[in-house]
Ligand binder design. Structure first.
Ligand code: CA
Length: 222
């Protein structure tokens, strides 16, 4: 578990980092909002703890920027501000939780665990690429917010694509993982299904997600 802690007060930063390390977390510290944005947008963290009053870029703006970049990592705001208004602004900016200074370290740990739990529950049943979302529990698929109805085979194919987004998937890989059998090499079942899927998810959208890789297979990317 890797945590990003954005805090300009060195003493607090070191104290929290030491405590989190003892609990088995790996911790990166960013001393200002800009560094926080740089680290938060270029590394994969399991959670981000964010002070509000920061040099260069304040915590609320940083939170908004990360969310605008589609970074869904749980964010806990740590603030000396305890007015209701500040809490509401923080949550509206995309934070998942907040903690008012001074706080008990135990409470920070508990909130961190809760945030991580929620994130993993969320991750396990929702997959997204660009503006396409698929919910593995309800089997609801949407693109740009509009629902797309897929057959169960199309859904399985889409799930396989999205789990391998950015990679080339060959027809052999698809037949093994989606159909669980190897087709004869002269059959075009996979291409037929990929075309069904394309018509449903890409037709009418400027950005195509499914791309043919000549001589290899397909790739799903923005
Ligand atoms: Ca501060």
């Amino acid at each position: 578990m890797r945590i990003l802690f954005v805090e300009d007060e060195r003493k607090i930063a070191d104290f929290i980092k030491r405590g989190l390390k003892e609990e088995g977390y790996a911790v990166d510290i960013a001393g200002d909002g800009e560094e926080g944005y740089f680290l938060g947008s270029s590394n994969e963290y399991d959670a981000i703890i964010l002070d509000l009053m920061l040099p260069k870029l304040d915590g609320v703006s940083l939170c908004k920027k990360l969310r605008a970049d589609k970074i869904t990592t749980p964010i806990i705001i740590l603030t000396a501000k305890d007015s209701l208004k500040d809490k509401v602004i923080g949550l509206d900016a995309g934070a998942d939780d907040y903690l008012t200074k001074p706080f008990a370290f135990e409470e920070l740990l508990a909130r961190l665990r809760a945030g991580l739990r929620k994130a993993s529950a969320h991750l396990s049943h929702e997959l997204t690429v660009a503006d396409l979302r698929m919910d593995l529990l309800s089997h609801k698929v949407t693109r740009a917010g509009k629902e797309i109805v897929l057959t169960s085979k199309e859904f399985a194919l889409m799930e396989y694509f999205i789990r391998n987004a950015g990679r080339i998937v060959t027809r052999t890989m698809i037949s093994e993982h989606v159909w669980d059998i190897n087709f004869d090499t002269d059959t075009n079942v996979i291409d037929v299904y990929v075309n069904y899927l394309r018509r449903k998810i890409d037709a009418g959208h400027k950005t195509k997600l499914i791309h043919t890789v000549r001589g290899c297979g397909y790739t799903l990317k923005k």
